[in-house]
Design a protein around this ligand. Structure first.
Ligand code: ATP
Ligand code: MG
Ligand code: ZN
Length: 453
């Protein structure tokens, strides 16, 4: 007999503790610990003595290599690492209204031409799903199950054995025997655990939709990250039409790939040339620089914007959106120490246009150039893009895949690229090589409009 014990679980990260705390000791969130009744018996224990199982020799294990399923949405395939792996469990998380249901319904529609696919909808009625499908061009052969009872969902999947299934959303499912409310940490974990078993045992590749929530009562997708094979984040600016899909965890591929979409009335359209979208400043103004980064296998031109404003604060602010804060502090320090751009009495704000995050050292030079341009009131020269990693000594270090970056700059019509010393050019592009940050700044800024010497 299972007995109920009171425990408190963090809806942000899943940390559990016996007593209530105002702040989660694990992830540091405030007010996210909520009371849950948990079953004392470990789930999955079915009784009966275990007799031990035969071992498998790894060389004898048959793995259907390269048997990935194309989802019909090439940008999704790219982020998954070349298509959907059969029997895998993929968590798709994102803010409300960002387009998770749209993305996955598009994939289901495309896949339903050749495979059996099921949409488990706990959030919307079949009629609502139908309306969305019509907007995307018709329902095709997608089977819909409107159900939130976990036992029913699992039993149906075991009976129907679809090749692909979408559960929208995992937070709406509940196992009645758990006693806690749908969306609680215990429920969400139980649902994901049971669906994982169905996925692996019956070969159902499963997408779980998980909402990023701000209220403590509903467990966030982070609670499930360790359990699933892949975690995809769907993000973007709600007020603009583009969306970015990225892998945060991928057991079968790189986590550097980006998928870029535009939300249109017919659904999500792939953006073939994201640089066009993110790398074009409207006009040359101080505080803006274009940098070419590499996201996975794809070069991406991004506009970096900076604002430098005098402050009386003892600890001036360094605020970056889309830039790693440690990287930003480092660039600010190097600018001051080695490039003559003193920022000790100024707040520095940096923003990557389009809500893209840059995680790549090759973008350092763009961040530095944007800040230097803002600090000196001098715009970056017309038609100039850049890339390069900045070292602590103020030198510019070479970066990987320079050739592809240059090709991207050329394609988007930049006439000159500021690059680390030693970068070779094979194209018609004009390269300005700089060994140090100081020389890069004087080569990159248009001094004619400068407000400082
Ligand atoms: N007719 C339309 N034309 C253009 N965009 C639309 C249209 N209808 C809906 N959208 C867009 O689709 C978004 C909703 O997409 P979707 O329902 O797939 O998001 P979701 O992430 O599943 O949201 P939820 O959190 O509500 O489940 C809306 O925010 C809106 O931007
Ligand atoms: Mg939805
Ligand atoms: Zn926590």
């Amino acid at each position: 007999m299972a007995k109920a014990a009171v425990q408190h679980a963090c809806s942000e990260c899943g940390y559990t503790t016996g007593k209530w705390l105002g702040r989660c000791p694990d992830c540091g969130s405030w007010g996210t610990l909520v009371e849950e009744r948990a079953l004392a018996a470990a789930p999955g224990v079915r009784g009966g003595a275990a007799a031990g199982r035969p071992l498998l020799r790894l060389v004898e294990v048959e793995a259907a290599d390269a048997a990935r399923l194309p989802t019909g949405v090439p940008e999704l395939d790219r982020v998954l690492g070349g298509g959907l792996v059969p029997a895998s469990l993929v968590l798709v998380s994102g803010d409300p209204g960002i387009g998770k249901s749209t993305l996955l319904l598009m994939a289901l529609r495309a896949m339903s031409a050749e495979r059996k696919v099921v949409l488990v909808t706990g959030e919307e009625s079949p009629a609502q799903v139908k309306l969305r499908a019509d907007r995307l061009g018709g329902g095709a052969a997608v089977d819909v199950l409107a159900e939130t009872n976990l036992d029913e969902v699992c039993a149906t999947l075991e009976r129907e054995r679809p090749e692909v299934c979408v559960v929208d959303s995992v937070q709406t499912l509940y196992a009645p025997e758990l006693g806690s409310a749908p969306g609680s940490v215990a429920q969400v974990r139980e649902a994901a655990g049971r669906l994982l078993r169905v996925a692996k045992e019956h070969g159902v590749a499963t997408f779980l939709v998980g909402h990023v929530t701000k209220e403590g009562a509903v467990a966030g997708p982070r609670v499930l990250e360790h359990l699933v094979d892949c975690v995809l984040h769907f993000e973007g600016d709600r007020y603009r039409s583009h969306r970015i899909l990225r892998a945060v965890k991928n057991r079968f591929g790189s986590t550097n790939e980006l998928g870029v979409f535009e939300m249109t009335s017919e659904g999500l359209a792939a953006v073939a040339d994201p640089s066009e979208l993110f790398g074009r400043p409207d006009e040359e103004q101080p505080g803006s620089a274009v940098v070419c980064t590499i996201e996975g296998t794809r070069p991406l031109l991004l506009e970096v914007q900076a604002l430098v404003s005098p402050t009386d604060l003892a600890m001036p602010r360094r605020v970056g959106t889309g830039v790693d804060p440690k990287r930003l502090s480092m660039v600010v320090a190097v600018l001051g120490r080695h490039a003559g751009v003193a920022l000790g009495a100024a707040d520095v704000f940096v923003n990557v246009a389009g809500g893209v995050r840059i995680d790549e050292p090759g973008a350092d030079l763009g961040v530095a150039l944007a800040i230097a341009s803002a600090a000196r009131g001098a715009p970056v020269k017309r038609g100039v893009a850049c890339f390069g990693e900045i070292g602590l000594t103020g030198r510019i270090r070479p970066v990987s895949q320079a050739e592809r970056r240059l090709a991207e700059c050329a394609k988007l019509g930049f006439s000159e690229v500021l690059v680390p010393d030693g970068t070779e050019s094979r194209g018609r592009m004009r390269l300005t090589a700089a060994a140090t940050l100081r020389t890069a700044i004087s080569a990159g800024l248009d001094a004619s409009g400068s407000s400082e010497g």
